[in-house]
Design a protein around this ligand. Structure first.
Ligand code: TRP
Length: 324
């Protein structure tokens, strides 16, 4: 069998070898309005800060999703039977995956795909120790670009693609559709997708989740500039930018920005980037869907919603999807 190829074409992604990352950064910083790709958040410090966000009192998403999975996933996973291949794009520390792995019937395999190599390898090592009966197959890749799934030695009878954390909401609608279609291909005709999606709710609750009192989300956002300084030789003054994360009703999303607190010039890769006082770099969007909107999104990707798991207050949803 040939390895699976997952391919998504992203409108904003520049694809050159070598200086590709710097090209992508410069493309964003010279665009109008300025933006940076969220994947640049996840250097080692960024991945650690991200895990800290998930523990924040205001950040209900992780806690709620974990509770839903703990309640619903064990019997669901058992029913899938042995020979399952679990695939997770953007696996990070694979914390929620343990809920699924705990209930998986063996033999089984788990393909974890993440952009942060150190984080990925540490997670894979811990999982190999904890689940010796599951074949753990780490892949260091940017899941928005084509990547290969290793065969491993455990034959797969069925596939489940796991995409928790409302990461789907971090993409624009077109990108989200392309990504869901890519995951549909990864799962194959009879495969399933389990996708975590935060639900639309009061702006007060949403804004609190992305503007925590301890300032961890602000540190996470600003770490992007620190990374550009030490990895790409930029000279951002971290004291001259602030974190902003407003709810934008018309777009049904939280927008994360780094706003310049004065007129200034920054240098990166031999390019001068000018900032007006109050000008922002748009770093992330967190789209929120209601059930109907989400199932329309899935449909565009050739997927049917076959079940929705939620908490009692309907804050968060875990959507079970299958090829139409
Ligand atoms: N996908 C999650 C969300 O939309 C987690 C996340 C991604 C996040 N990027 C973030 C949380 C930036 C805070 C800040 O909430």
């Amino acid at each position: 069998m040939s390895p699976n190829r997952a391919a998504v074409s992203f409108t904003r992604a520049a694809a050159h070898a070598g200086d590709r990352l710097l090209d992508e950064i410069l493309a964003g910083l010279t665009a109008q309005p300025k933006f940076l790709y969220p994947k640049f958040f996840y250097d080692e410090r960024g991945s650690i800060l991200f895990d800290a966000i998930c523990e924040l009192p205001e950040y209900y998403l992780t806690r709620t999703e974990t509770a839903i999975l703990s309640e619903r996933a064990p019997s669901f996973m058992r029913a899938l039977g042995p020979g399952l291949r679990l695939i997770e794009p953007g696996s990070g520390s694979s914390a929620k995956t343990r809920i699924l792995l705990d209930a998986m019937q063996t033999p089984a395999s788990y393909v974890c795909v993440d952009i942060s190599r150190s984080h990925l390898m540490a997670a894979a090592q811990a999982l190999t120790a904890r689940y010796p009966q599951v074949e753990i197959l780490p892949v260091c890749a940017d899941f928005t670009q084509p990547f290969e799934i290793p065969e491993g030695t455990t034959p797969a009878q069925s596939r489940l693609v796991f995409f928790p954390g409302s990461t789907i909401g971090n993409f624009d609608r077109d990108e989200a559709v392309a990504l869901l279609a890519m995951m549909r291909d990864l799962a194959g005709m009879d495969g399933r997708l389990l996708v975590g999606a935060d639900l639309r709710k009061s702006p007060r609750i949403l804004e609190a989740a992305y503007n925590d009192a301890a300032g961890v989300t602000a540190s996470f956002n600003l770490n992007l500039l620190a990374r550009l300084n030490h990895e790409f030789g930029a000279d951002f003054d971290l004291d001259a930018f602030v974190h902003r994360a407003p709810w934008v009703e018309e777009e049904s999303r939280i927008e994360m920005h780094l706003v310049s607190t004065r007129r200034q010039t920054v240098h990166i890769g031999g390019t001068e980037i000018g900032f007006e006082d109050g000008e922002s770099i748009w770093t992330e969007s967190c789209h929120k869907y209601d059930r109907v909107q989400f199932s329309a999104l899935a449909r565009e990707a050739g997927l049917d919603v076959i079940d929705v798991w939620t908490d009692r207050e309907e804050r968060f949803s875990v959507q079970l999807l299958a090829t139409i």
